[in-house]
Design a protein around this ligand. Sequence first.
Ligand code: 4UU
Length: 514
Amino acid sequence: MIHRGRPATIDVPDLTLTEYVLGREPTDGDDRVALVDADRTERITYAELGADVAAVAGGLAALGVRPGDVVALISHNQPVYAVAVHGIVAAGAAVTPINPAFTAAEIAKVLRASGASVVIAAVPAAAAVAEAADAAGVAHRFALGEHPGFRPFAELRGCGLAAPRIEVDPATAVAALPFSSGTTGLPKGVRLTHRNLVANLEQNRVGWPVGADEVLPASLPFFHIYGFTIILNTGLAARATVVTLARFALDDYLRMLQEHRATRAFLAPPVVLQLATAPAVDDYDLSSVRLAVCGAAPLDVAVAERAEQRVGWPIRQGYGMTEASPGTHQVAEDEFATTPAGSVGRLLAGTDGRLVDPATGEDAAPGEPGELWVRGPQVMPGYLDDPGATAATLVDGWLRTGDIARVDDDGVFWIVDRLKELIKYKGYQVPPAELEALLLTHPDVLDAAVVGVPHAEGGEAPKAFVVAARPVGAEALMDWVAERVAPYKKVRAVEFVERIPKSPTGKILRRELR
Ligand code: 4UU
């Protein structure tokens, strides 16, 4: 049985991402604030954004960047992030967004896999980016500020060149190349076309129309697809004001909501937990916020209800994944009151869904849960350079989500379990295969398997089962991993075992370990 979105079809404008988000016409004279950082040290108007994006595109083109090329952007949230994203996209290139907390080795992997020819780095990440760019052989380096060995991004922004005339087909050209592990294995480049991203912005707008008078708080990172599409590009396309927070701290976040009079909130489960429990919530006036969306990981309903009572606004879920730009489900604004907090709402406009019995590959029996498969204009055409992973993930045009869902008679969905091996720490992807591969390089480790276990603040966290070659301390092993990965990927528990349970084909039996 195929479930349909509301409405079942959607028209996707035939525009590039930047044409859709910033408009096809120059924004001269639009002096409304497009982006401002939480403490108001940097502010960009729509007129400036349009002019700066054109100049950056012109500067990148002068450097030799062409349609089909990839530019890496490694930064925390700040207003100039939007200038970089759309400058890259307007040059016809794809932006590959990278977490600035990554180690040099982690950044180098993405640079190599994406084939990036230019890096644009925030200053705090610049040292690691320089090391990674050396390793990956990326010569063109810009810093969002000043850093030795980098040209200041301000040179591009102020170069005065016009945006190049580019020939890109929105239906096939890649605009963004985020990395995701998908249902199994190591992170892969997710090829999101202009059309994928434009479609998702249109689809979200159907149920969640953002007004030009709104203020969207951006504490969730733009390098993750949630922040990229649902906050940054949604806000700019609506001509609203996007307020950026460099890193999440509860007091800074609450102060941002209060002082900027934010109109909605974008949450992930760990933030909801803090809103439910932290005394500081009572010290701020949060009355400007009308409603909040939460996504990226399972939300505990009791926690959500406690948070709602304290903040005074309703919290409902969105759902999706990087491979779907990301949204596939949402609770439409006018259904907030009638949709339970535990559900992820309905399929987005123009999106189809099925529930498939993972054991048989057939449709699950009516009323029974099954693996959620989705189809729509927001679904990627495939991973970069990985036909095997693409074929395993896209089946007859359906994207296998690796999540188990159920649906009620009215077309409202619940995510009830995760079939895929992915671990989500605070909503961030931690691919177990990456930690397993790393652990296997440790001289004292014979074999290793990593699974997610419940974790109070993170929701879940990686735990390693290790077969040791000789006695080694759990703490020493965790410290060793921590030196080599971004903090959110840390292994937070170790158990030594005699052997790792595996199937006859050598696949780790993670359910048994859990
Ligand atoms: C249970 O995290 C994301 C996308 C988040 C998103 C999407 C649409 C937030 C708000 C929105 O409106 O993408 P990825 O690729 O990092 O992770 C995808 C995985 C899913 O497959 C699922 O396992 O994250 C998990 N996930 C959720 N799980 C995402 N949203 C939910 C949710 N409940 N609401």
